[in-house]
Design a protein around this ligand. Structure first.
Ligand code: ADP
Length: 608
C-alpha cells in the first residue's frame, strides 16, 4: 500500500475477499491475479485487500457457517469491509445467508459464480452485483464434433460425490440436445480403475467430456484438475472439459470462462463502487464470455490442423518457433561461427604463408646440404682422383700387355681373355666410384623411399676408404644389424655418415698409430636402427658439447662448422635423433637412431 501524502485523506478502504474453497485451487489463484491487477490502490485512495477461505467442501454445515460468520465478524470489527467479494457460488450463498450478522451495509460483488450450478442462480438484492459465469459444455462439444468428424460417441465422465452428482445432472440436461447426433454414454461415479479401463478402450469414434471429479466409487479423492490428468492419460480419445485449468493436463481444452478475466471484472466493479457509482447504476453484462482454450500439443496429437483453430482461441503450449526459442543462442552461435570462420580463414592464410616460408627454407636447406656435399667432394678430391686413377692405370698396363702379346704372334688367347677380364673389372671399379660420387653430388629433388641402412653405410664407407688410406686411418665398417629398412632419402643419410666419419678422421689425425681407427657400425635398437661412428681421438671438451650442433661452431682452423648442424637437421627430418658421447682423452661416439620403415611418422623434413 502506498502512503498518502500529508494532508490528503488517506483512510484505506477495506475489501474482504471470501473464497469458497481452498487457497491453492487453480481457479482461485487466477481470480486473485485478476483482482489484484485491477483494483486501483493509490495514495489518494488506498485500498487494503484481505482474503479468507471457506474451504468448501471439506468444511460444511450450519454450525461451521455460524462459526465462520462469528469469526469474520469479530476479526474485521475494527476494519469493517467497504466491499465484500464473494468468489464462486458457495461463498455468495454463505454471504447471502449470513448477511444480517455480517456487515450488512457492505455491498457484495460476486465473481466466478456459476449461473446454473449448483442450483439456479438466486435473486439478488440491489447491492449484490457481479457478472456470473456460464459454462458452455454444448459449445465445447459442437467445436469437438467439428474437429473430429468421425466421432459418433460421446463419453461423459463424472464422479460419485454430491458435487459430482450435481454436475452429472447438469450435463445430462445440457447434452440432451445432441441426441440423434451423438450416442452419449455417462460413466458416472465409477472407480478409478474402471474409468481408466473404459478410457483405454476408446477409439477415434469417440470424444470424452468431463467436468473433472472429486471422488469415484473408491475412496480416492481428487481435485478436478488431478482427475482430468488421470482421465487424459488413460484416454484413447480426445478429452474436453469445463475449466481453463484443464489445459495442460493432457486434455485438448474447451470453451471455458477465464477466471483471471472474472477476477479483473470484479476488481473493476469495486473501483466503480469506490468511485461512487451506485450498484444499481452499474451497467453489467449478463455473463462472462467463454473463450475457446486449447493446448496446441493436444490439438496436434489428435490431428486438428492449426488452421482449423479459430483465430480468437487462447492457444497455450505453443512451441516457440526456432527463432523465438533460440534467438539469443542463434545470435551468439552465429557470431561465434562468424568469428570462428574469420579465425579459420586467417589461420589458413597464415598456414599458407608459413608453408611457403617453410618451402623456401627447405629449398635453402637443400641447397645448403648440397653445397656441403660439394665441400665434402672438394675435401675428398685427392683420394677420389687416386681412386679413379688406380683402375685407369691398371687398364693402361693391361692394354700395353695385350698389345705386346698380339705383337709376339703367339697364340695366347687364354692370357688375352684374362687381361680383358681384368680391364672390365677395373673399368667397373672406376665407374662404381663415379656412380657413388654422382649420387652423392646430385642436386635432384629429394626422393623418399625405403632403403637398407647397412647398404647405404657401406656405400658411404667405400667412398671414404681411399681417403682413409690417404690419411693412414683404419676405417672399419661393422654391420651388426641383420636387416632393416629406413624410410627417407639415402643420399642425405649417406651425407650424415660421411660428415661423422670425416670428423672422426680429423679427430684421430696426429694420434699414434694404434688410435688411428674409426669404426662405422649399424646396429639394431629396441625401437629402430642406429648407425654410429666411433673414434679414439682426443674427445670433446665438456664446454663445447652444448654448442656442437650449432651452425658455424668449429674448433678447426679451416672448419666451417656446418657439418653437425646439417647432420642433425637431416636426422630429425627422418624422425631420428643424433647424440654424442665423448670422453676427453679417450674418444668420441656419434650415435644416430633412426626409426625403421613403418614406424616412422612422416616428418616435416626441413630438407624434404
Ligand atoms: P667442422 O667440422 O667444420 O668444424 P662440424 O659441425 O662438423 O664442423 O663440427 C663442429 C665441431 O665439433 C668441430 O669443429 C669439432 O670441434 C667438434 N667435433 C666434431 N666431431 C668430433 C669428433 N669426432 N671428435 C672431436 N671433436 C669433434
Amino acid at each position: 500500500m502506498l502512503l498518502a501524502p500529508a494532508g490528503m485523506a488517506a483512510d484505506a478502504r477495506n475489501v474482504l475477499v471470501l473464497y469458497s474453497n481452498g487457497r491453492l485451487v487453480p481457479a482461485n489463484v487466477d481470480v486473485e491475479r485478476g483482482l489484484r491487477g485491477s483494483i486501483r490502490d493509490t495514495a489518494a485512495r488506498p485500498v487494503d485487500v484481505f482474503t479468507e477461505f471457506l474451504d468448501y467442501p471439506e468444511f460444511v454445515g450450519e454450525d461451521y457457517e455460524d462459526t465462520v460468520a462469528t469469526y469474520l465478524q469479530r476479526k474485521y470489527a475494527g476494519r469493517p469491509p467497504d466491499v465484500i467479494i464473494a468468489v464462486a457460488r458457495q461463498s455468495l450463498d454463505f454471504l447471502l445467508r449470513q448477511r444480517a450478522h455480517l456487515f450488512p451495509g457492505a455491498p457484495i460483488v460476486h465473481t466466478a459464480a456459476f449461473r446454473a450450478y449448483p442450483q439456479p442462480f438466486p435473486t439478488l438484492p440491489a447491492d449484490v452485483v457481479g457478472v456470473p459465469v456460464e459454462y458452455d459444455p454444448a459449445g465445447t462439444i459442437e467445436q469437438a464434433r467439428h474437429w473430429h468428424p468421425k466421432a459418433r460417441h460421446l463419453l461423459v465422465v463424472t464422479g460419485a460425490s454430491p458435487r459430482d452428482r450435481e454436475w452429472e445432472a447438469l450435463l445430462r440436461d445440457t447434452f440432451a440436445q445432441f441426441e440423434g447426433r451423438l450416442a452419449i454414454d455417462f460413466l458416472a461415479g465409477a472407480s478409478t480403475d474402471k474409468v481408466q479401463e473404459r478410457l483405454r478402450g476408446l477409439d477415434d469414434g469417440w470424444i470424452v467430456f468431463t467436468p473433472g471429479f472429486y471422488q469415484g466409487s473408491d475412496a480416492l479423492k481428487y481435485t478436478a484438475r488431478e482427475s482430468v490428468q488421470m482421465i487424459a492419460k488413460a484416454a484413447n480419445a480426445p478429452v474436453y472439459g469445463t475449466f481453463s485449468s484443464f489445459v495442460g493436463t493432457g486434455a485438448v481444452g474447451g470453451r471455458v470462462p477465464s477466471f483471471e478475466a472474472t477476477g479483473r471484472q470484479a476488481g473493476q466493479i469495486v473501483n466503480s463502487l469506490f468511485d461512487g457509482v451506485a450498484p444499481a447504476a452499474l451497467n453489467l453484462p449478463k455473463a462472462m464470455p467463454n473463450e475457446l482454450n486449447v493446448d496446441l500439443r493436444q490439438t496436434r496429437r489428435w490431428g486438428i490442423a492449426d488452421k482449423d483453430i479459430p483465430s480468437d482461441a487462447v492457444v497455450q503450449f505453443k512451441e516457440p518457433s526456432f527463432w523465438e526459442a533460440y534467438r539469443t543462442v542463434a545470435i551468439v552461435g552465429g557470431t561465434v561461427i562468424l568469428l570462428q570462420a574469420g579465425l579459420i580463414a586467417s589461420l589458413m592464410i597464415e598456414h599458407h604463408r608459413r608453408r611457403k616460408a617453410e618451402m623456401a627454407l627447405v629449398q635453402r636447406g637443400g641447397e645448403l646440404a648440397h653445397a656441403s656435399r660439394l665441400a665434402i667432394a672438394g675435401e675428398l678430391t685427392a683420394s677420389i682422383a687416386h681412386e679413379i686413377n688406380q683402375p685407369l692405370a691398371a687398364i693402361l698396363t693391361n692394354a700395353d700387355a695385350a698389345e705386346m702379346i698380339l705383337q709376339s704372334g703367339a697364340d695366347r688367347r687364354g692370357d688375352l681373355r684374362m687381361i680383358l677380364a681384368d680391364i672390365r673389372r677395373d673399368d667397373m671399379r672406376a665407374s662404381d666410384v663415379i656412380r657413388r660420387l654422382r649420387t652423392l653430388l646430385s642436386n635432384k629433388q629429394i626422393e623418399r623411399q625405403a632403403f637398407d641402412l647397412a647398404e647405404v653405410v657401406s656405400d658411404a664407407c667405400a667412398i671414404l676408404q681411399a681417403e682413409a688410406r690417404r690419411r693412414e686411418v683404419n676405417l672399419v665398417v661393422r654391420n651388426a644389424a641383420t636387416s632393416g629398412r629406413v624410410f627417407g632419402d639415402p643420399v642425405q643419410i649417406q651425407q650424415v655418415l660421411i660428415n661423422l666419419v670425416l670428423n672422426a678422421m680429423d679427430a684421430v689425425e696426429g694420434m699414434p698409430g694404434d688410435r688411428r681407427t674409426v669404426v662405422a657400425s649399424v646396429e639394431a635398437e629396441a625401437d629402430g636402427l642406429a648407425m654410429s661412428v666411433r673414434d679414439r681421438g682426443p674427445g670433446i671438451a665438456p664446454e663445447h658439447l652444448p654448442k656442437l650442433f650449432d651452425s658455424f661452431f668449429s674448433t678447426k682452423r679451416r672448419g666451417m662448422g656446418l657439418g653437425l648442424g646439417i647432420a642433425r637437421t637431416i636426422v630429425e627430418a627422418h624422425g631420428g635423433r643424433i647424440r654424442v658421447e665423448s670422453e676427453p682423452g679417450h674418444g668420441t661416439v656419434f650415435h644416430v637412431s633412426l626409426p625403421v620403415h613403418g614406424q616412422s611418422s612422416v616428418h616435416a623434413a626441413a630438407f624434404a
